[in-house]
Design a protein around this ligand. Structure first.
Ligand code: UGA
Length: 447
């Protein structure tokens, strides 16, 4: 039997990566986005965001590029997608609703409703977006109602676990594949699609719809909890003059705890963890299970407190009032190797300082354009040295490698006062102190 033809609906972070990865695995792929600009960018072989390795993968496969496999094409037409595909991946985003905890399902609903009328022959629609548990059940009913193929147009749920900055690697070599299915046929089709990663060792876990949906939200909740746990320990270390970095290293040696995701600092941000734990709490409330997730409220508040503590440390560093003080900020994105500033703790701290009267200048290797777009009133510089020139205090807020490699002696020549605050706990205190800097970090002793 010929390989299934694949479509990917929504070509943002998840979709653009998934489409390119599917082409890399040897499938013919058609990507759809409602934004013609995004499609034009992808057709040029460029990712719509900064993601290491993705531009290369696109150029390797997007039709029309010299030497490309031609297996990857893009369109804005649902009719074309319906005609082309056997397996349709829904990769649109599910942001937090404005002013509410719940997640906004309108893009997923619109994708299913736009695609369904074009499904005239057997097809599998596979949801990858992060959704509240129960959504797949509801969408399956909607699909059966709207698709001319009726029951031959089936739904499956296959959550995605990729991390920004590692999206290509995580998609091609997933640490597990989870599929929620209702038929043998759906399972077989997905086994075919993922045959290569499964042959290379990725576990393939078959389950029902609600469990598949819950695996995703519970995994992100666990990660968020782990970060807030270590940040809570940072608060205690601050009170007791302990060192959270040593503490994390020491508890991480216990295999049951593990070393990863125990880096204390200004906390988690981005387009996933914060909104996912909130949407999970909102959904649990609807299901009458809010008590089960009440700890997530604490996880969220510990996380937000760390940003406030960074602002407080900055105020202390400049003598009690931020008014007119110059603050040099290193980092704007929510994590390194990304240009994403959505719910970025770094940008949030910079913004709070600005609103309290400080003169803030931000530098980030990849995030400046996005930061400027959402926070145009902050000052921006195109280098680390430019951001810290004349500064009364320097804040390290996103742990780009470039910042770890900075020469504190050289930076010291540019600032007004050698005072640095590490919000990510990746700078070496001894190195900075040696060059005459006053070094403070969240959850670490003052000297
Ligand atoms: C997260 C999950 O890690 C992915 O598995 C998931 O697929 C994805 O969300 C999603 O739902 O799509 P991502 O948002 O790319 O991935 O970022 P993470 O690497 O999880 O980092 C999230 C935030 O936590 C960042 O702001 C990071 O700086 C912070 N963090 C991470 C810490 O503060 N400390 C740590 O030890 C680790």
């Amino acid at each position: 039997m010929a390989s299934p033809k694949i479509t990917v609906i929504g070509t943002g972070y998840l979709g653009a990566t998934h489409a390119a990865a599917m082409a890399e695995l040897g499938f013919d792929v058609l990507g759809l986005d409602i934004s013609p600009e995004k499609i034009a960018t992808l057709e040029r072989g460029e990712a719509p965001m900064y993601e290491p390795g993705l531009d290369e993968l696109l150029r390797k496969h997007v039709a029309g590029h010299e030497g490309a496999s031609g297996r990857l094409r893009f369109t804005t037409s649902y009719a074309e997608v319906g005609e082309f595909g056997d397996v349709h991946f829904i990769c649109v985003n599910t942001p937090q609703k404005h002013g509410e905890y719940a997640c906004d399902m309108s893009y997923v609903d619109a994708a299913v409703e736009s695609l369904a009328p074009h499904l005239t022959r057997p097809a599998l629609v596979v949801g990858k977006s992060t959704v509240p548990v129960g959504s797949a059940d509801r969408l399956a009913a909607r699909l059966a109602e709207l698709a001319p193929a009726g029951e031959e147009a089936e739904l499956a749920w296959n959550p995605e676990f990729l991390r920004e900055g590692f999206a290509v690697q995580d998609t091609l070599h997933p640490d597990r594949l989870v599929v929620g299915v209702r038929s043998e046929r759906a399972e077989q089709l997905l086994r075919e699609v993922y045959a290569t990663p499964v042959a290379e060792g990725s576990p393939f876990i078959v389950t029902d719809f609600p469990t598949a949906e819950l695996v995703k939200t519970s995994a992100n909740s666990f990660l968020a909890t782990k970060i807030s746990f270590i940040n809570a320990m940072a608060e205690v270390c601050e009170a007791a003059d302990g060192d959270v970095v040593k503490l994390a290293e020491a508890i991480g040696h216990d295999d049951r705890i593990g070393k990863k995701f125990l880096r204390a600092g200004i906390g988690f941000g981005g387009g996933c963890l914060p909104k996912d734990i909130r949407a999970f709490m909102a959904r649990a409330g609807e299901l009458g299970a809010s008590e089960a997730l009440s700890f997530l409220r604490e996880v969220d508040s510990i996380n937000m407190r760390r940003r406030a503590q960074m602002v407080e440390l900055t105020r202390e560093a400049v003598g009690g009032s931020l008014l007119g003080k110059r603050v040099g900020v290193l980092g704007a994105t929510f994590k390194p190797d990304s240009d994403d500033v959505r719910d970025s703790p770094a940008l949030n701290v910079a913004g709070q300082l600005h609103l309290q009267g400080a003169q803030v200048t931000v530098y980030d290797p990849k995030g400046l354009e996005n930061a400027r777009a959402i926070f145009p009133t902050l000052g921006y510089a195109d280098s680390a040295i430019g951001a810290v020139r004349g500064a009364d205090v320097v804040l390290h807020l996103t742990e780009w490698r470039e910042f770890k490699e900075l020469d504190p002696a050289e930076l010291g020549e540019a600032v007004a006062t050698r005072h640095v605050l590490d919000g990510r706990n990746t700078l070496d205190p001894a190195l900075w102190r040696k060059s005459g800097w006053t070094f403070r970090a969240l959850g670490r002793p003052t000297a």
